[in-house]
Design a protein around this ligand. Structure first.
Ligand code: FES
Length: 336
C-alpha cells in the first residue's frame, strides 16, 4: 500500500510506501527535503502537516513535543503516512538531481590518525560513480539491516576515492571491525550520498566552519570544495576537541591558513592536558566562535558535531544575530 505526499505550493509530489518515512520516500524520488540525523533527535526535518494523517511507530520522537504535534508540526524523518498527505516544508533545491544509491566499495587504504581515529579510503567498482556534494554523508550498510553514518571527508576527487573518519567506539558494530580485522581490500556496501550539509556556492558571505571531534570530516570536505572552486570568501575554521591528540589532522587547517590569506584557523581544546604545553584556545568551541565574532549577522555558518554541541550553538548563534537560514549543520550521534 502506498500514499501520495504533495508539497504545498509546489507541483512536487511523491509516493510513500506503508512503513516508509516521508524523508526516505522523498529521497527515493529525487526530492531533497531538509534532514540531518534521520533518527528523530536533531529537529532538522520538522515541517507542517497541512492535510492527512501520520503516525510515529515508536511514539513521539525526541525532537518534537506534544504541543507541536497538536499544532500540526511533524518530524518527517520518523513520520509514517496513514493517508495521502499535503505537507509544508522548504525543499533544498541546491542539491539538484543527486539521488542516494546503494553501492559496493572496497577499502583502498587505512590510516591511523589518532589512537582512536582511523581514516578509511573507499574505492568504487570501475563502472560505478558517486555524485555527491562535499559535506554530505553515507550510511555503511551492515548485517541485520543495521547502518552506521559517516560524513564524506573529502570533496569529489578525480580518482573517485571516498574518505571517512572513523572513531573507535569499543564494541561498536562497525568501528570495532574497522579497528581490528578490517584490511585493505575488504568489501563494504553503503547508501549515499545523504544529508543537506554542503557548501552553498551561491553565497558571497564570509563563512564560519566549526567541527567538533570527527565533525571536522565534513568541514574538511567543504573547505576542499571551496578551494576547488577558487572561492575568495573569508573562512574561519574552528575545530573543537577534548585534547591535542584529538585534533587528528591539525596540520592541514594550519597549512590552509598559512597558504590562503582568507582562511583563519582556531583549534579549541575542552580538556587540555594539565602537564602539556597547549597555548591555544580552551573551553567550548562555540563560545570561542562567539568571543571572536560576537555579531554573526553577516556570516554563513556551517557546523558539524554531536547533538549537544549543535543544540547549544544553534541557540547561541541565533541569539548573536545569525539568521536561521544561514546556519547549516550536521548533527550526529557517535553510533560506533
Ligand atoms: Fe529528523 Fe533529525 S530529527 S532528521
Amino acid at each position: 500500500m502506498s500514499y501520495q505526499v504533495r508539497i504545498e505550493d509546489t507541483d512536487h509530489a511523491f509516493n510513500v510506501d506503508e512503513g516508509e518515512s516521508v524523508i526516505d520516500a522523498a529521497l527515493r524520488s529525487g526530492l531533497m527535503l531538509p534532514y540531518s540525523c534521520r533518527n528523530g533527535t536533531c529537529g532538522t526535518c520538522k515541517g507542517e502537516l497541512v492535510e492527512g494523517a501520520i503516525a510515529y511507530p515508536d511514539g513521539l520522537p525526541p525532537a518534537i513535543d506534544a504541543s507541536e504535534d497538536a499544532a500540526g508540526k511533524a518530524l518527517f524523518c520518523q513520520a509514517r503516512a496513514s493517508s495521502d498527505l499535503v505537507i509544508r516544508v522548504q525543499e533544498v533545491r541546491e542539491a539538484g538531481d543527486i539521488i542516494p544509491q546503494r553501492l559496493p566499495a572496497r577499502v583502498e587504504q587505512i590510516d591511523d590518525l589518532a589512537p582512536d581515529v582511523r581514516r578509511i579510503f573507499l574505492k568504487l567498482p570501475r563502472d560505478k560513480h558517486l555524485s555527491f556534494l562535499a559535506g554530505q554523508y553515507l550510511d555503511i550498510l551492515l548485517r541485520g539491516g543495521q547502518r552506521r553514518s559517516y560524513s564524506l571527508g573529502n570533496a569529489p576527487r578525480e580518482d573517485g576515492l571516498l574518505e571517512l573518519h572513523v572513531r573507535h567506539l569499543p564494541g561498536g558494530v562497525f568501528s570495532e571491525y574497522a579497528f581490528t580485522t578490517m584490511q585493505p581490500g575488504a568489501l563494504l556496501r553503503f547508501e549515499g550520498p545523504l544529508g543537506n550539509f554542503f557548501l552553498r556556492e551561491d553565497s558571497d558571505r564570509p563563512m564560519i566552519l566549526m567541527g567538533g571531534g570527527t565533525g571536522f570530516s565534513p568541514v574538511k570536505g567543504i573547505v576542499e570544495r571551496a578551494l576547488q572552486v577558487g572561492t575568495t570568501r573569508p573562512m574561519h575554521i574552528y575545530w573543537g576537541a577534548r585534547a591535542e591528540p584529538d585534533l587528528y589532522l591539525n596540520q592541514l587547517p594550519r597549512q590552509w591558513a598559512e597558504q590562503h590569506g582568507a582562511i583563519d584557523y582556531t583549534p579549541v581544546l575542552s580538556e587540555p592536558a594539565s602537564d602539556g604545553d597547549w597555548a591555544g584556545a580552551t573551553g567550548f568551541v562555540h563560545h570561542q566562535v562567539l568571543a571572536d565574532h560576537p555579531d554573526l549577522s553577516g556570516f554563513d555558518v556551517y557546523m558539524s558535531g554531536p547533538p549537544p554541541m549543535i543544540h547549544a550553538a544553534r541557540d547561541e548563534f541565533t541569539a548573536a544575530g545569525l539568521p536561521a537560514d544561514r546556519l547549516f549543520y550536521d548533527s550526529f550521534e557517535a553510533g560506533g
